[in-house]
Design a protein around this ligand. Structure first.
Ligand SMILES: Cc1ncc(COP(=O)(O)O)c(C=O)c1O
Length: 440
């Protein structure tokens, strides 16, 4: 059989790249087969090297609130690249973007720019330790804060029998090559389970530099926090003198202009952003009160980086933020409305469908489909026990053939952007219905 261009590229790529790609979620680990190599994107569409068109609901894992090749981003890049890409010097645009963030986010008085969510989380946790003089960090099962050693525990799905008692989860590193010393001070707690957290705080709260949480669990699909749960984490942190670190890498500039802090009325001590902030290029930020952030001043907690606050990235970030915030945050309202509409459409399809047990969970512009016999997936253990990940993968691969692009990993999620349309939603809903009919 003749190979298509994706297949040929995969064959070539596999000789020179690990798994033919540069991150496991893009290659056979997630796809179980040859990934589709993309050539370009425009608006809500991606085009592959074989000329097929897709409505893209992955949007670079949330990095593209304005969609692909938005004219304002294209204009910004074209204009600014001609004046220099990166200087690694102090910049006016650096001050301007920080001012936008400080004005938008009540819990942020000072900002430090970084490049990726992982880097920002590393700096944030070092800052929490430096600020409190404490070693331990409390992290939740199923949450991901980047691929560095201290937090790369219990963030992949595991057989339910491997997890241990919820009062004392077994710590499971997600990678080989991580030494025990690097995660010795990381305490793992089930999320969305107040009793377990209260117990852990009673045991470790006074030694904890911070409790780090995603606002919406977005690395086991999409799982919303139970009402009041995040506020309770914040209160427990305050009671025990631990910092409340809200990782908004996914949810920042996504579930609301002010992320989960705005959506759930929180005042985190430290917050990190990434993904959407960069509008398609690497850009991350750490934020917090003046008092806490001043820990990063020279000679105290160290955070360096040649590419921090890249000139071009900051200009793109400024364009993304001003476009989304324009007209009373119309961009954020639009992605929310579109996300909710598609989630509801899929929920209606799931209810009508007698053949497959499936649900769709969403928070504003984020959503994920779960093949499960449960009515709700509310934590990591539910996910490990009850979500059929292989079935989701087959489903997502079939959707590719109907021109719909969602990442085939059930642990990830889909997202809307301002360039998606009601028609995109209709086409997607129809494709989902047909795919369910066709699936055994
Ligand atoms: C909640 C959260 N924190 C941190 C990260 C790491 O971000 P990056 O991939 O930019 O290093 C991710 C990435 O998916 C994430 O979902």
């Amino acid at each position: 059989m003749t190979k298509n261009t994706s297949e040929s590229l995969f064959e070539r790529g596999s000789k020179v790249l690990i798994e033919g790609v540069s991150s496991a979620s893009r290659g056979p680990a997630a796809f179980g087969t040859t990934p589709r190599y993309m050539s370009h994107g425009e608006g809500s569409r991606l085009y592959d090297v074989d000329g097929r068109e897709y409505i893209d609901w992955m949007m670079a894992f949330g990095a593209l609130p304005l969609g692909h090749a938005h004219p304002k981003i294209v204009t910004t890049v074209t204009k600014e690249i001609a004046r220099g890409s990166h200087f690694a010097t102090a910049l006016e645009v650096e001050v301007e973007v920080a001012e936008i963030l400080v004005n938008l986010l009540p819990h942020v008085e000072k900002v430090r720019f970084a490049n990726t969510g992982t880097e920002a989380a590393m700096a944030a946790i070092r800052l929490a330790r430096g600020h409190t003089g404490r070693r331990k960090i409390i992290k939740f099962e199923g949450h991901y804060h980047g691929w560095w050693d201290a937090v790369l525990l219990n963030s992949n799905p595991q057989p339910i029998t491997a997890l241990g008692h919820p009062n004392s989860p077994i710590r499971i590193p997600d990678s080989s090559g991580i030494t025990e010393e690097s995660w010795m001070d990381t305490i793992i707690v089930p999320w969305n389970d107040l009793e377990s957290l209260e117990r852990a705080m009673a045991l470790h709260g006074r030694d904890a530099a911070c409790v780090v949480t995603e606002g919406v669990m977005s690395n086991m699909g999409v799982i919303a926090p139970k009402p009041g749960y995040l506020n309770r984490i914040q209160a427990l942190c305050n009671e025990h003198g631990a910092l409340f670190y809200l990782d908004e890498t996914v949810t920042g500039f996504r579930v609301a202009a002010g992320g989960c802090a705005e959506l759930y009325g929180l005042k985190p001590d430290i917050v990190t952003y990434g993904k959407a902030l960069g509008g398609g290029v690497p850009m991350a930020a750490i934020g917090g009160s003046d008092e806490i952030m001043s820990g990063l001043e020279w000679g105290k907690v160290l955070h360096f980086g040649t590419h921090n606050a890249g000139r071009l990235a900051l200009h793109i970030c400024k364009t993304m933020l001003t476009t989304m915030l324009d007209d009373n945050q119309a961009g954020f309202i639009k992605i929310k409305d579109l996300g909710i509409k598609l989630t509801e459409e899929i929920q209606a399809i799931a209810r009508k469908n007698n053949k497959h047990k499936m649900i769709c969970q969403g928070v504003n512009s984020m959503f994920q489909i779960f093949f499960t016999d449960q009515e709700e997936i509310s934590n990591y253990r539910d996910f490990c026990k009850s979500v059929d990940r292989l079935k989701f993968r087959d489903f997502a691969l079939k959707l590719f053939d109907k021109g719909i692009y969602m990442n085939p990993s059930a642990t990830l999620h889909s997202l809307s952007s301002i360039v998606h349309t009601e028609e995109d939603i209709e086409v997607t809903a129809r494709a989902i219905s047909e795919t369910l009919d066709e699936m055994p």
